[in-house]
Design a protein around this ligand. Structure first.
Ligand SMILES: C[S@@+](CC[C@H](N)C(=O)[O-])C[C@H]1O[C@@H](n2cnc3c(N)ncnc32)[C@H](O)[C@@H]1O
Length: 285
């Protein structure tokens, strides 16, 4: 039986939130694909590398990593059974053979010590109850000098087009259950750039770089509103509210869908090569 310490997140990602991501996997992958160039530039995966993808979801980035690693391999770790079901099904369909997935809580999972050359994550590292402990655990999974690269949201606010455009949806989407609320709150847990070096204490060469991307929300405003409201299943909105939501997204319609500029951090670091720093603390043993 897999040991889980982040039980509220596990509830969210095996419940309402994870089911939504699994059901709408193609849309989420299209939405987030603009981040991939920055993530993989930071990860610098080379042929032969052993790659670990944290919070891999339906595995889009795990499969890209596996292809880049060629003779190496990629392992996707996630706490969500429905998302890993999608990941495995797509991997079979695409015929990617150097990929494996594991249902586990990355904060405490006993990874093989120094078993990986690269750890990546596309938005899967914000949900830990104890980030410092989780990143210490991941440091132990990396060989000395191995690379960590992840992307996470920058602070939301009126100066970010995505949060400005979606502001009308705020109250309508407030979590239908405790797990969903926890997932929504955790999304911003690493947005303060001052916090990132703190939780990566013990890593070398930490960099935090702003990245701009475009997220794609639907074919047109009506389709995007349907999708966004489906995040709160069972919630209904009055016709005039619905019309106002569509109007608010109309300025962002393009011939390539409803596109919103979003703001992220690309974080890179290296597992330290200093022996003493790699020795587990008594709490980790
Ligand atoms: C925002 S989604 C991103 C999914 C995927 N990386 C992508 O880009 O499509 C966050 C993912 O992190 C996973 N997650 C949350 N907490 C986790 C934990 N403690 N250990 C492993 N995965 C976790 C969730 O189940 C979810 O799949």
């Amino acid at each position: 039986m897999t040991r889980i310490t982040n039980s509220v997140q596990a509830q969210a990602w095996n419940g309402t939130v994870g089911t939504h991501w699994a059901t709408h996997q193609e849309r989420y992958d299209a939405m987030l694909s603009g981040v991939n160039d920055a993530l993989f530039a930071g990860a610098a995966i080379a042929a032969g590398d052993r790659v670990l993808d944290i919070g891999c979801g339906a595995g889009a980035t795990t499969r890209i990593a596996a292809r880049l690693a060629a003779s190496g391999h990629a392992v996707g770790i996630d706490i969500s059974a429905p998302l890993l079901d999608r990941a495995r099904a797509i991997t079979t369909t695409e015929g990617v053979t150097n990929v494996a997935y594991e249902l586990a809580d990355a904060q405490i999972h006993p990874f093989p010590p120094a078993g990986y050359d690269v750890v990546i994550s596309r938005g899967g590292v914000m949900f830990f109850a104890d980030h410092a402990a989780a990143f210490r655990n991941l440091a132990g999974a990396l060989r000395p000098g191995g690379r960590l690269a992840f992307v996470c949201p920058r602070p939301a606010g009126p100066d970010v087009e995505e949060s400005r455009a979606l502001s009308l949806f705020g109250e309508l989407l407030e979590g239908p259950d405790a797990g969903t609320v926890a997932a929504q709150v955790a999304m911003a847990s690493l947005s303060d750039p001052a916090r990132i070096p703190e939780v990566l204490r013990g890593y070398d060469d930490v960099t935090v770089t702003p990245v701009e991307t475009e997220t794609v929300w639907g074919r047109d405003a009506a389709d995007a509103v349907d999708f966004i409201l489906s995040r709160a299943p069972g919630r209904t909105v009055a016709a005039d509210t619905r019309a106002a939501l569509e109007d608010s997204l109309r300025p962002y319609e393009t011939d390539r869908g409803v596109r919103l500029r979003a703001a992220l951090w690309l974080v890179t670091a290296r597992a330290t090569t200093k022996d003493a720093a790699r020795r587990p603390t008594p709490r980790q043993q």
